[in-house]
Design a protein around this ligand. Structure first.
Ligand SMILES: Cc1cc2nc3c(=O)[nH]c(=O)nc-3n(C[C@H](O)[C@H](O)[C@H](O)COP(=O)(O)OP(=O)(O)OC[C@H]3O[C@@H](n4cnc5c(N)ncnc54)[C@H](O)[C@@H]3O)c2cc1C
Length: 106
């Protein structure tokens, strides 16, 4: 939300905006699937990475928000275990992390 009366005009010939990841793109796939999105633009999911649509799972930046590749890899592996369990009723795949877990600090 812009702060009133704080606008400044800066002359420039090139402007590069470094925004990084600003949330999952809703139009297209997510809209057609009908998954719920949080107010911060992330895909809503439960403790098993399941979205609000049966059979649709999520992990990584679009679920956690902008983060690090190690989280995306660990979450992707954990999500795969949940998908396996959803399809087969049981899984032996590893779940390195649970949704919302914070990095371990030493
Ligand atoms: C500029 C920048 C620098 C970064 N530097 C680092 C770093 O140094 N170290 C680090 O650990 N992390 C870094 N990150 C973060 C890291 O890149 C992400 O955390 C990681 O890539 C997330 O992986 P992901 O698989 O969740 O998502 P992504 O890697 O974003 O993959 C999502 C994929 O889905 C595709 N996609 C999106 N919508 C659709 C659709 N509708 N249909 C089909 N495909 C679709 C996209 O094209 C993309 O290929 C950086 C991120 C940015 C933006």
């Amino acid at each position: 939300m812009p702060t009133p009366d704080t606008a400044t005009v800066l002359p420039a010939t090139l402007v590069l905006i470094a925004m990084g990841f600003t949330g999952a793109r809703e139009e297209g796939l997510l809209t057609s699937l009908g998954v719920d999105i949080t107010s911060r633009g992330n895909i809503v999911h439960d403790a098993d990475w399941a979205t609000t649509v049966d059979g649709v799972f999520t992990a990584g930046d679009c679920a956690r928000g902008q983060s690090l590749i190690v989280w995306a890899i660990a979450e992707g592996r954990s999500c795969a275990a949940s998908v396996d369990e959803h399809l087969m009723g049981v899984t032996s795949l590893p779940r390195p992390v649970r949704p919302g877990e914070k990095p371990v600090t030493v």
